[in-house]
Design a protein around this ligand. Sequence first.
Ligand SMILES: C[S@@+](CC[C@H](N)C(=O)[O-])C[C@H]1O[C@@H](n2cnc3c(N)ncnc32)[C@H](O)[C@@H]1O
Length: 187
Amino acid sequence: MHTFEFDGEKYKKASKHQKEWGNSLIGELTLKGHETILDLGCGDGRLTEQLAQLVPNGSVLGIDGSSGMIETAKQRSRYNLVFTQMDINRIHFHNEFNVIFSNATLHWIRDHKKLLYNSFMALKEGGMLLWDFAGDGNCSNFYEVVQEKIQDENYKPYFNNFEWPWYMPVKTDYEKSLLLLDLVDIT
Ligand SMILES: C[S@@+](CC[C@H](N)C(=O)[O-])C[C@H]1O[C@@H](n2cnc3c(N)ncnc32)[C@H](O)[C@@H]1O
């Protein structure tokens, strides 16, 4: 799996900002209550649980690659809310979801062409993607420092096999790539 390990219990206490972004994303949803929703990179499951509360007659599946996150998220499982450990790079659903939601996660996914194709396949007709992930310019000071240290002769040997793990596109480039794929309407 191309995933990383996180401590779900620590994340629960240290994810105030992610929850704020996620809440504003959830605020964009208008639901009837019977929808099926997939949450990509559900983390500790708190936002996934909120989604499940909005669809009492539907169902929500939260997936995450980290066993620590899934273990924590599973404590929130209920009749219409299931959590599974799964790599987002390997999703293969077909015609199953009305909404694919994702908050603060998809910058960890480097191949967005594949992600968009697999997501499109997973959506039911008329379904929607509702995603929020880091783009170009986010955390720029942090990345500058990291890049500088990676190049530093003292640290270089430790980064021989290091692959930059994040994909943070320029928003307009991403919009163009969506239009080229001809998969979705951007509203
Ligand atoms: C910052 S957390 C966001 C969690 C949650 N969506 C939230 O907003 O609180 C990013 C999550 O993405 C998950 N993740 C990163 N790469 C992944 C992959 N390839 N497959 C599945 N989960 C992945 C991590 O394990 C982590 O739980």
